[in-house]
Design a binder for this molecule. Structure first.
Ligand code: CP
Length: 329
């Protein structure tokens, strides 16, 4: 894969963001996360002008609240602009008439944006678009495949809470067959040391073998479970996800039992005091509202962190000249 971000001899470059496998741990720890910290400070000061004159196309073929809004606000905070945005491109663009993803991105390239952020309805379309696009593309989720910027903000949140990305026990719960955030995060975590992943899902919604093979290859340990209560007491991070009804997933009445694939009071009692509860959101019944008051719940902070991480990524892609100054290098 040519779309990479690696750090060698302090050289860095990033064009398209398509998957999480393209990032190495050094890039995350030395560049993206410290830059996200700088962006948090910049937002407190009212933003900056690092991306003045830069234009984004925001192309979403599936619904979004967090990803679309935080990318748009990232451009605003950095002094750039979203010049064209469509939030239902599957229905209101010429994709609805059968235009291919390749032709669509050829055309969008011709209007000279500086970056295109896109949520694709079909798994694999982000890779297809990146192959023909001269303009940087950021994958904002492609079908049930990947959601790399979500995984970056997830790991940033973990790093802020634990001050490490190694030596962690993480339970991932819910629709692991369709959960692109879980897949992207598992690929990313697999690059760190002493990672144990506990996949908790109904048999019909298990995570794919590709992830398990990757984790084996990278020395991470993993196990599969059908009841959250069996492993809740072992976790540093409880990463909940919803059942993706829009992709045909559903639970049987037995699987709907509280505590099995959802948080209830017994799960909260089992979960260690220092653990954190995460969720990419939107949440459904898997996190009842009363959990919001638990000091371990950090999913709203996690969503806010998306702004800082996406500002950092846009700066690396569009204004890398500013990085040495921002990071005191
Ligand atoms: N987490 C996430 O991707 O949320 P949205 O679908 O609202 O963007």
């Amino acid at each position: 894969m040519e779309v990479i971000m690696t750090i060698r001899n302090d050289a860095y470059s990033l064009k398209h963001v398509v998957t999480t496998q393209q990032f190495d741990t050094n890039a995350l720890i030395r560049f993206i996360f410290p830059l996200a910290d700088r962006m948090r400070e910049a937002v407190k000061m009212g933003g900056n002008t690092l991306l003045a004159g830069q234009r984004m196309i925001s192309w979403f073929e599936e619904p979004s609240t967090r990803t679309a809004a935080s990318f748009a606000m990232s451009m605003a905070q950095l002094g750039g602009e979203v010049s064209f945005a469509t939030d239902n491109a599957s229905q209101f663009s010429s994709r609805a008439k059968g235009e291919t993803i390749e032709d669509t991105f050829r055309i969008l390239n011709g209007y000279h944006p500086n970056v295109i952020v896109s949520r694709f309805a079909t798994a694999g379309d982000a890779a297809k678009a990146s192959k023909i696009s001269k303009v940087p593309i950021i994958n904002a989720g492609d079908g049930n495949n990947q959601h790399p910027t979500q995984a970056l903000l997830d790991l940033y949140t973990i790093q802020k809470k634990f001050e490490r990305c190694n030596n962690l026990k993480i339970g991932m719960v819910g629709d692991l067959h369709n959960g692109r955030t879980v897949k992207s995060l598992a690929y990313l975590l697999g690059k760190f040391k002493k990672i144990s992943l506990y996949f908790v899902s109904p048999l019909s919604l298990r995570i794919g073998d590709d992830i398990k093979i990757y984790l084996d290859k990278h020395g991470a340990t993993w196990s599969e479970h059908e009841d959250l209560r069996d492993i809740a007491d072992q976790l540093d991070v409880l990463y909940m996800t919803r059942i993706q009804r829009e992709r045909g997933s559903m639970l049987t009445s037995a699987e709907l039992e509280p505590g099995k694939f959802s948080i209830n009071k017994p799960v909260l009692r089992l979960l260690p005091k220092e653990a954190i509860i995460m969720h990419p959101l939107p949440r459904l019944e898997e996190i009842p509202n009363y959990v919001d008051g638990d000091k371990r719940a950090c999913y709203f902070q996690q969503a806010e962190n998306g702004l800082y991480v996406r500002m950092a990524l846009l700066t690396i892609i569009l204004a890398p000249i500013h990085i040495p100054r921002l990071l005191n290098m």
